[in-house]
Ligand binder design. Structure first.
Ligand code: CS2
Ligand code: MG
Length: 403
């Protein structure tokens, strides 16, 4: 099956998405998500100007050889732009391979390891009571696992508190908006949020929280300890993970499970974290960690150390990523949980898909491939609109901080 053409489709049905579409001489096409929130056009150019010329004429079935060619052949290895571009090619080729076999992708990967994919939804509110109401609403929608993020008294804008109550889009401005941050206010507030949540919700639902890189290791240790009685499913991105060793300090102080990795783009970003069992869940996902091919390698390493998967699944990852991730999730033996931030109706219309939600679980469906397509005519109605992720500044002196 020869690759005859490949095109990058940039569209913005409510938010920007980048999609790679690969065409073959057998009339089959495959798509892959290439969206990198706030840096979309970098990946679009990397694909159009540097990768696609090397794909034409290749055998689409040679997924591994093409992956190695694009990884080693780049010379300048790794990084979010490179690995997102490689991921898009990889995902489209796995889509094609499964379609050529007439099978849903999970069957080609090794078949079902579970009946469905447990997901978590994103409840958020401006304050504790609003957040509690939202968590209860998600529980009523059937979610077994719910992430809770709330506004912090004394802070104007913080990560995770969206506009409206179902969708969350942080890339909210033509140039980066500025959030203010106070670790002290956050550390005083967050334990109260989860105390109240457990009071009202009980312990029959998983609760998760995203620290979003904003603490130092010792501050994260303090938060983890203060949350232990509330039995979180995980505390995510407790501290920036460039220094993987820093998680050892957190590990020494708390039994609150740790998740990290949505911004990782290769196995090298998490090797020490996994081998030293410094984390419990690895958040790397299809679109940013080199596609299905590389994510399987990460998952296999993780399974040796009882680390489970917890793939990123925010609104800014397209339905093409979600579809591929769900087939991966259905197969992967050491599955933990899948993030599921719903897409808007306009996004879902541009990306018709086979996956369905029922009682807190997602099911990828049995359409051949990963089950997601792109309606190019409809996509063309939504031109790209520049949008940046926010930055964070310390409230007391304006120091640029982690967002
Ligand atoms: C968040 C994301 O879903 C999450 O866990 O960390 O919403 C993240 O902020 C966005 O994907 C950034 O584009
Ligand atoms: Mg996160």
């Amino acid at each position: 099956m020869k690759i005859t053409n490949a095109r990058v489709i940039v569209c913005s049905p409510g938010r920007n998405f980048v999609t790679l579409k690969i065409e073959t001489d057998e009339g089959l096409t495959g798509i892959g998500d290439a969206t990198l929130n706030g840096r979309e056009l970098s990946v679009a150019s990397y694909l159009t100007d540097h990768i696609i010329p090397c794909l034409i004429g290749r055998d689409a079935h040679q997924i591994e050889d093409i992956w190695q060619y694009l990884y080693k052949g780049a010379y300048w290895r790794r990084g979010p732009v490179t690995m997102t571009a490689i991921a898009a090619v990889d995902t489209a080729l796995w889509d094609l391979k499964a379609k050529a076999a007439g099978l849903p992708l999970y069957q080609v990967l090794g078949g079902k390891s579970r009946t469905g994919v447990m997901v978590y939804g994103h409840a958020n509110g401006t304050d504790i009571e609003h957040t509690v109401d939202e968590v209860l609403r998600y529980a009523d929608m059937g979610y077994k696992a719910i992430r809770a993020q709330s506004g912090v008294p004394g802070l104007d804008k913080v990560y995770g508190v969206g506009r409206g109550n179902l969708f969350y889009e942080p890339a909210d401005a033509d140039l980066p908006s500025e959030h203010d941050w106070s670790t002290e206010k956050y550390l005083r507030h967050t334990p109260k949020l989860f105390e109240r949540l457990r009071e009202k919700l009980g312990f029959d639902h998983h609760l998760l929280h995203d620290v979003h890189h904003r603490l130092t290791p010792i501050e994260a240790s303090r938060l983890g300890k203060s949350l232990e009685e509330h039995q979180l499913f995980w505390m995510e991105d407790a501290t920036p993970a460039e220094n993987q060793e820093s998680f050892r300090l957190i590990r020494q102080h708390t039994t609150t499970p740790l998740a990290v990795g949505e911004i990782f783009n290769s196995i090298w970003d998490c090797k020490e974290l996994i081998e030293n069992q410094l984390i419990d869940y690895i958040r790397a996902t299809v679109v940013h960690a080199g596609g299905i091919t590389h994510l399987r390698r990460i998952a296999d390493l993780a399974s040796m150390y009882q680390v489970r998967t917890g793939c990123h699944g925010a609104t800014d990852l397209s339905p093409a990523c979600m579809g591929a991730a769900l087939h991966f999730d259905l197969w992967v033996p050491n599955f933990g949980i899948q993030e599921y931030m719903r897409h808007t109706e306009e996004t879902d219309a541009v990306f018709p898909h086979a996956y369905t939600f029922d009682k807190g679980m997602l099911y990828p469906g049995d359409a051949p491939g990963h089950g997601v397509d792109i309606d190019e005519k409809l996509a063309a109605k939504y031109p790209y609109k520049r949008a940046y992720l926010p930055v964070n500044r310390q409230q007391h002196d304006g120091t640029l901080w982690n967002w």
